[in-house]
Design a protein around this ligand. Structure first.
Ligand code: APR
Length: 239
């Protein structure tokens, strides 16, 4: 059905989570096999408390993640979504991901709800830096403050502009497709419901069940996102 809905849709919005980038080589957070939060407590590492009380562990964890997004690249699924934007099929991507892969693949209309690992900023004065500083093991601002990735840590609020744009796009969507998210984290997980409440068809593509499956018009649990997007993109596959 998804292929038919994509063809008929006037305003498709895509919502991505960490499952969109596992086929690029990046681990996700909660999948039973490889989820990062199965081995680490997020509140002890991905929080402002960790930044203040445990800065060395915080920096080494995020330096690893910055190295990861520099080493790995967008996969075919990212490029298909960018192509669908060029063709006018996809109007916007709302992403929880901080890897920047949608933009690297060519997508222009992207809202990064949880910020980006491509940038750092000083926790004291706010001055912005490239995440290359972490690669070169530079961890402090010229003002002496600690440099941290420009991502949303647990305990912080979402960037206002990204949030409002995502809300407007979810309201306008007539087709809202979730790709690779457990939908465990608020307020990001509210956007599929906002789209549904405003009349969109909701599709959830995720290897594992989510608490939002019951609201979806179609749920796909048995396909990897990359393969599914290739199939949806081909002209000869059935509906
Ligand atoms: N194809 C389909 N689904 C996949 C694939 C794949 N190739 N790889 C992983 N998945 C699914 C997993 O089964 C999992 O349910 O993607 C989902 C990813 O869920 P999470 O790991 O919880 O990631 P996400 O939903 O993006 O987490 C949201 O939590 O820690 C915070 O800020 C972090 O943005 C993140 C937020």
């Amino acid at each position: 059905m998804v292929k038919k809905w994509l063809r008929e849709s006037d305003y498709t919005v895509i919502f991505t989570g960490a499952g969109m980038s596992t086929e690029s080589g990046l681990p996700d957070f909660r999948s039973s096999k490889q989820g990062m939060w199965n081995k680490k407590d997020p509140s002890k590492i991905a929080s402002t408390r960790a930044l203040n009380e445990n800065v060395q562990e915080f920096i080494s964890f995020y330096r690893e993640r910055v190295l990861g997004v520099k080493e790995y690249k967008p996969h075919k699924g990212h490029f298909i979504l960018a192509d669908w934007e060029k063709k006018g099929t996809v109007k916007h991507i709302i992403t929880q991901n901080v890897d920047g892969f949608h933009q690297q693949a060519g997508s222009k209309h992207v809202s990064e709800l949880h910020g980006t690992l491509q940038k750092l900023h000083c926790q004291s004065c706010g001055k912005e830096y490239s995440s290359e500083e972490y690669i070169h093991q530079e961890y402090y601002c010229t003002c002496g403050g600690v440099l941290r990735p420009s991502i949303v840590l647990f305990g912080e609020s979402l960037p206002e502009e990204a949030f409002h744009t995502a809300y407007e796009e979810a309201v306008k969507a007539d087709l809202f497709i979730v790709l690779g998210s457990s939908l465990s984290v608020t307020p990001a997980n509210q956007f599929p419901l906002i789209a549904k409440e405003h009349g969109a068809k909701l599709v959830i593509v995720n290897m594992e069940k989510t608490d939002f499956d019951r609201y979806a018009d179609e749920v796909i649990h048995d396909r990897k996102i990359g393969e599914l997007l290739v199939e949806l993109n081909s002209n000869d596959s059935p509906e």
